[in-house]
Design a protein around this ligand. Structure first.
Ligand code: SAM
Length: 215
C-alpha cells in the first residue's frame, strides 16, 4: 500500500486511462497471464460497480459479445451494449432478470466485497458468504468449459470452497494479482474449464426371463 501522501500508481494509471476504478488492473493482469477473455464471449460480472471491470470486459468481448453486471449500486459508467446492468442483491438468487438477457455465460466473475466492519472474522465470513453466493450463480449459469473468477478474503472456509471448485473445474488456482494490495487479505480463486455435470445413472440389473421353451 502506498505511504500516506504518496499517490497510488494504479489509481493514477486508472484515471489516465479512463477507468473508473483501480480494480481493473487486477482483472487485466489475470487476463494477460491466463488469456481468459475473447471477442464474442458472454460474461456475468457480479458486484460490478463502479464499473471498471465492465469497461475492460466490454473492450475485450467487443460488440459481438455480452457483459451483464449485477450490483446493489448502479455503475458510474454509461451502460450501453454490449453492457447490460441488473440492479439487485446477489444473495437473493433471483436469476430471472439475468437469465432473461442470457440463459448461459462463458464466464462468471465476482469482485464482490462486503462492507467491512474492521472485525477480521466477521469481514472474512461475509466475504466467504459472497463468494459462495457467486458460486451458486455460476453453478446455474456458467456453461461447461467456461471459467469462474471470485474474490474472497483468506481464512476459514476458503480451502473447502477451493476444493469444491477443483471438483467442478479442470483447474483451480489461488491468485493474488499485482494490483491487489499486499496488506489486504483478498485473494482470487480462478477456476478454469468447467466440467460437464455428470448425470449419475443408477445401474439396474435386469434379470432376463428364461425364454427357452419348456415343452
Ligand atoms: C470492490 S467493488 C467492485 C469493483 C468493480 N469490480 C469495478 O471494477 O468497478 C465491490 C462491489 O460489490 C458490490 N456488492 C457487495 N455485496 C453485494 C451483493 N450482495 N449483491 C450485489 N452486489 C454486491 C458492492 O456494491 C460493490 O459495488
Amino acid at each position: 500500500m502506498p505511504r500516506p501522501g504518496v499517490p497510488d500508481p494504479y489509481r493514477t494509471k486508472a484515471r489516465t486511462e479512463g477507468y473508473v476504478a483501480r480494480a481493473v488492473y487486477k482483472l487485466k493482469a489475470l487476463d494477460d497471464k491466463y488469456h481468459l477473455l475473447q471477442a464474442g464471449q458472454r460474461v456475468l460480472d457480479l458486484g460490478c460497480s463502479p464499473g471498471s471491470w465492465l469497461q475492460y470486459l466490454a473492450s475485450r468481448v467487443g460488440a459481438g459479445g455480452l457483459v451483464v453486471g449485477v450490483d446493489v449500486t448502479p455503475p458510474a459508467i454509461e451502460v450501453a451494449p454490449p453492457i447490460h446492468f441488473v440492479l439487485g442483491e446477489v444473495g437473493g438468487l433471483d436469476l430471472d432478470a439475468v437469465s432473461a438477457i442470457s440463459a448461459s455465460f462463458d464466464a462468471v466473475v465476482s469482485d464482490m466485497a462486503p462492507r467491512t466492519t474492521g472485525i477480521r472474522d466477521v469481514d472474512q465470513q461475509r466475504s466467504l458468504d459472497l463468494a459462495r453466493n457467486a458460486w451458486e450463480w455460476a453453478r446455474k449459469l456458467l456453461r461447461p468449459g467456461g471459467f469462474f473468477l471470485v474474490k474472497v478474503f483468506e481464512g476459514p472456509g476458503v480451502e473447502a470452497l477451493a476444493r469444491e471448485l477443483e471438483a467442478a473445474f479442470k483447474v483451480c488456482r489461488r491468485v493474488k494479482p499485482p494490483g491487489s494490495r499486499a496488506a489486504s487479505k483478498e485473494i482470487y480463486l480462478l477456476a478454469l474449464n468447467r466440467r460437464a455435470e455428470v448425470v449419475k445413472v443408477k445401474k439396474i440389473n435386469i434379470h432376463h426371463k428364461d425364454t427357452k421353451s419348456t415343452k
